[in-house]
Design a binder for this molecule. Structure first.
Ligand code: ADP
Length: 248
């Protein structure tokens, strides 16, 4: 896939912290409507890579293109988010004292200003969008429940829903199933697959059975570069992957 056909294109990206190369000449492509899983041992550079994509960390070398020609290395975090990149951190952050529906309403309004959001009432278009998101994140039945009363997994789904309200082209998701029940983990794979039908999703995860359920293209990072790429079966059979990660 060429730069212009990719949604996200990291080209020869490096970043050092105190002389240590956390990301080392990393090149990576995420296609349109692609679901990609990133795996790799602790310290491989997965978080740093996400930080570079979202503008939290600036690379020392290399380029990061989004949507063909937007150079993310020249933009700040707000500009990158505005361009259509949403990031879900590992821990859920939802408004516990508000209902599920209100959380989604607030997320829909965020670009118009946090303060105006509190005085806002959803119009018919927003209602339809919220209903669609509730369905996608499997929370229709819990719409009028306080977020505080949701299970850990449901809170994760709600936060994914809040990101969907921003209509990102690319969703970055950090270890979504950590702490989830087995049933929630299975549901999360279904949910992310559904989301990836209309946008791209990059998931950092350690849970191999979850990655198998996702059936995503897998990229294995090690020492800040791509060690292997392909289906889970393909990368699992790679001796370098077994040595650096799976065999541990
Ligand atoms: P992963 O998410 O794959 O576990 P990280 O991206 O968190 O890996 O870290 C990659 C390497 O970079 C690690 O060795 C880590 O200690 C180092 N590192 C990450 N961020 C910083 C930082 N802000 N300052 C110094 N070292 C860092």
């Amino acid at each position: 896939m060429t730069k212009n056909k990719a949604l996200l294109y990291l080209d020869g990206v490096s970043v050092s912290f105190d002389g240590f190369k956390a990301i080392n000449n990393l090149s990576l492509i995420v296609g349109h409507n692609e679901l990609q899983a990133i795996i790799g041992p602790n310290g491989a550079g997965k978080t740093t890579m996400m930080d570079i994509i979202t503008g939290k960390t600036r690379p020392d070398e290399g380029d990061v293109y989004f949507g063909g020609d937007a150079d993310l290395t020249t933009m700040d975090e707000a500009e990158i988010a505005e361009l259509g990149i949403g990031r879900k951190f590992q821990k859920p952050t939802v408004f516990e004292s508000h209902t599920v529906r209100d959380n989604l309403e607030l997320a829909l309004k965020k670009p118009r200003g946090v303060f105006s959001a509190w005085f806002y009432h959803a119009d018919a278009d927003d209602e339809a969008r919220i209903a669609e998101i509730l369905e996608t994140v499997r929370l229709t039945e819990r719409a009028d429940e306080l977020a505080a009363n949701l299970s850990h997994g449901q809170k994760q789904w709600l936060e994914i829903g809040m990101l969907l309200a921003q209509d990102p082209k690319l969703l970055l998701v950090d270890e979504p199933v950590a702490g989830m029940t087995d049933a929630e983990t299975v549901e999360t794979a279904i949910l992310l697959k559904k989301i990836a039908q209309t946008r791209s999703v990059v998931v950092v995860e350690h849970d191999m059975s979850f990655i198998r359920d996702l059936a995503a293209r897998v990229t294995v990072l090690a020492e800040g570069s791509v060690l292997a790429q392909g289906s889970l079966d393909h990368v699992s059979a790679d001796p370098r992957v077994i040595e650096s990660y799976l065999g541990r």
